[in-house]
Design a protein around this ligand. Sequence first.
Ligand code: ATP
Length: 298
Amino acid sequence: MPVESIKIKAYAKINLILDVLKKRPDGYHEVAMIMQAISLHDVIAIKPGKGITVRANDPLVPLDERNLAYKAAEMVIQRYPQVDGVEINIEKNIPVEAGLAGGSTDGAAVIVGMDRLFKLNMDLEEMLELGALLGSDVPFCISGVTALAKGRGEIIEKAPLCPRLWVVLVKPPFGVKTAQVYKNLNLDEAIKHPQIDKYLEALAKGDVSYLVNNIENVLEYSTFKLYPEVRDLKESLVAKGAQKALMSGSGPTVFALFKCLDEARSFADKLKKEGENKVLLAYTLNEQEFKERVKHYG
Ligand code: ATP
């Protein structure tokens, strides 16, 4: 029986390590990042249609060609003209402009979902290539689950898989524009660059204490200047008992890692009781969970 629609979980990411190496002549920044997919996700439903329609349950999400899910559909249709169109429904759970790749993961989900729905038989390489045209974080969102990302973020190498860690995320009540954060980053100031090789070694060894305590993100140097309240939030998470807290991507979401669920849950409950209004609990995904993100509906 032909598949008539597809539902796909579009997972958010956190950066366990985010380093910026230099500004390139093409205007992008050269980065080195360890990215990790987490259980927080949007649900993208895709079915055949005429033209492209996008619906979403969050007024902050644009429904036209500014939406990366829309753009992804446009790119796939351009390459595969046998596809007439699609209806895309986005159930948004990932906060917008949060540093969690919310838009990129929706775009990635549409590429993967349309490939399955219309049996386009794209290989991973083709999907990654399309993804890179859509945005720097999109290839990671296609391939998952723990990866080293280089170039402007679009060059993906496998990294040793992250063991199960629990993630408490706090999203401040405002968004941050990624482009502004990169523009405001001053690489000439004394920046402490993360030791990415050591972190990769710790992943390989499954050294959970090291993984929890050595997350680093140089974009904090920029975002904290623009939004000092993000620094305050990071410091408050440590004051309240997190071993280490870190901004994800360009922010403003700040997260802390925990070895076990009970610890993470009681920390999240404490933050909620003390008035943080957007506290989310998630976990790092494994390969199997990531692979099972696509569901067919006949
Ligand atoms: P990143 O971590 O990749 O920098 P982000 O999580 O900070 O991304 P997004 O949630 O992707 O930021 O939102 C960035 C912008 O993208 C918003 O201004 C929003 O209007 C736009 N956008 C486009 N498509 C989507 C989408 N499907 N969901 C949410 N925002 C989207």
